[in-house]
Design a protein around this ligand. Structure first.
Ligand SMILES: Cc1ncc(COP(=O)(O)O)c(C=O)c1O
Length: 484
């Protein structure tokens, strides 16, 4: 935060001591000297940055953009766009095999980690079996496995927001076909130690494959962490997933890959359609692999951004989860949907949910974005504390909790303007299951509970369901998973 901003904050009239009273319960109050903090956090300008999408701190993207070498490689090949790319990303797979010191047969590349996770579900989930995954965590694999008819057993996180491997192991039974770990975890940004993962893998029944999603690998600096690709090299029943969407800054190009035991990669290939990685994306990713400086700049900026924000959180007494990724979670005494709405009214977009009522998840951005974010947080919390702040009402389908759920889930939504609102639940084939809301509602926050009962009053089967809200021109759809 520069001097001008600081002066602005001082004028708001709330003393720092009072402001500390906003701290989330349990956090330690820091007596850090603000000028030391300012000196420490002064950002070195890194690269010219994108001016578009400013404040989009909700998708864990790279604020520096793609590597210039990747952009060049895409441009150089544009006039070949009439030709199909390699059918199964062979050229990229060769490079990846070299970098990771595995054979080409251990590599599969696709349209983002998203495609690779889905291929894992096709290959490893069975309708008469189950998979085990933590919650909250990245939910795509268990959701896809559920789609395909597998049972899904969810384990919990520890008190320090790490995936609880003992709890995961306890949920594995004779019908378990796969377990999925996100390391570092999304949304909590915590990591598991390499030794703990290896011991966990070694204790699993032989046929159970471990999927380890390392989307945020490049940001980790915990010395106990190590990529699980070494487990693949040592022949273990593991598939590791990586993406070019995060540190490599190629989220829009859609490239991800898996490194796994050869037999497992073959199982996945059987389900893959051809040419899911486009020519420009293949070229971009191969060039990006060579641009070590871009990765270093990205990691440096990410660390600066986190250090800057954490410095203020310490000063203000807000509790946050130490982060090993390019996003972090911070807690305030505000309801997190209110805080997210207040931030979005100032053009900062963050995520919340996962059954964590007071945490928001914030992606790191440029230093300018982080300064704006910190200013916005300060202003909002300051005004709330002074009692003079009205939470801006937005129209939004806030989400449901718990999700996944066993019997009942609570769906929350808010309406900025009074009017007719409709919320309907659909199954994965798009068939209407139930109209749950169809009435004129007053502006404000609303919620209802759904217990998996359809329009005819009968219980519905386990699986994924979509719920869609329409209010005037507004329409939004979300997904929930019923696990019986
Ligand atoms: C843990 C994790 N895995 C996978 C993905 C999806 O990555 P991709 O953009 O490569 O499909 C994300 C995206 O946010 C993620 O957080």
């Amino acid at each position: 935060m520069n001097k001008d901003n600081k002066a602005k904050i001082n004028r708001t009239g709330l003393s720092r001591r009072k402001f500390l009273g906003l701290a989330a319960a349990g956090s330690a109050l820091s007596m850090a000297n603000p000028s030391a903090l300012l000196a420490r956090s002064a950002p070195a300008p890194i690269n010219p940055v994108l001016t578009d999408y400013v404040g989009r701190l909700c998708y864990n993207e790279n604020p520096l953009g793609p590597s210039p070498m990747a952009i060049q490689a895409m441009s150089d090949d544009l006039d070949m766009s009439h030709r199909y790319p390699d059918w199964f990303a062979e050229s990229l797979k060769g490079d990846l095999a070299d970098i990771h010191d595995v054979s080409d047969n251990n590599v599969i590349a696709g349209c983002g980690a998203t495609e690779i996770l889905r291929l894992c579900a096709f290959a490893f989930a069975e309708s008469n079996g189950n998979v085990v995954a933590p919650n909250p965590s990245y939910s795509q694999f268990p959701a896809d496995a559920g789609f395909l008819g597998s049972d899904v057993y969810y384990s919990s996180l520890n008190d320090d927001h790490r995936i609880d491997l003992n709890d995961m192991a306890d949920r594995v039974d004779n019908d378990t076909t796969a377990v999925c770990i996100t390391n570092p975890n999304n949304p909590t940004a915590t990591v598991l130690a390499a030794d703990d993962i290896e011991a966990f893998v070694d204790d699993l029944p032989q046929g159970v494959v471990t999927i380890i999603d390392e989307a945020y690998h490049d940001f980790v600096d915990d010395p106990n962490y190590e990529s699980a690709i070494d487990l693949v090299r040592r022949g273990k029943n593991v598939v590791v997933i990586r993406t070019f969407s995060k540190a490599y800054g190629l989220a829009g190009a859609r490239i991800g890959y898996g490194i796994g035991r050869q037999s497992r990669i073959n199982d996945m290939r059987a389900w893959q359609i051809f040419s899911t990685v486009s020519r420009p994306s293949l070229n971009a990713s191969r060039a990006a692999l060579d641009d070590i400086d871009h990765i270093n700049d990205t990691v440096t900026l990410n660390n600066q951004a986190k250090q800057y924000c954490f410095g203020y959180f310490d000063l203000w007494g807000l509790s946050y989860i130490p982060s090993q990724t390019n996003f972090f979670m911070v807690a305030t005494e505000m309801d997190n949907s209110d805080l997210a709405a207040a931030l979005s009214s100032r053009d900062f977009y963050v995520r919340y949910g996962w059954g964590m009522d007071h945490h928001i998840r914030v992606s790191t951005g440029t230093m300018e974005e982080m300064e704006g974010f910190i200013d916005a947080m300060y202003d909002i919390l300051n005004q709330v504390h002074a009692g003079g702040y009205t939470i801006p009402l937005v129209t939004a389908l806030d989400g449901n909790y718990p999700n996944p759920f066993n019997s009942t889930t609570r769906i929350s939504y808010s309406i900025a303007k009074s009017g007719q609102v409709k919320i309907q639940i659909f199954n994965i084939r798009g068939q209407l299951v139930k109209t749950v809301v169809d009435s004129y509602l007053l502006a404000g926050k609303h919620a209802f509970e759904w217990s998996g009962i359809n329009q005819q009053g009968a219980p519905v089967a386990s699986g994924s369901y979509f719920y869609r809200m329409t209010a005037g021109d507004f329409a939004q759809t979300r997904r929930m998973i019923l696990v019986k």
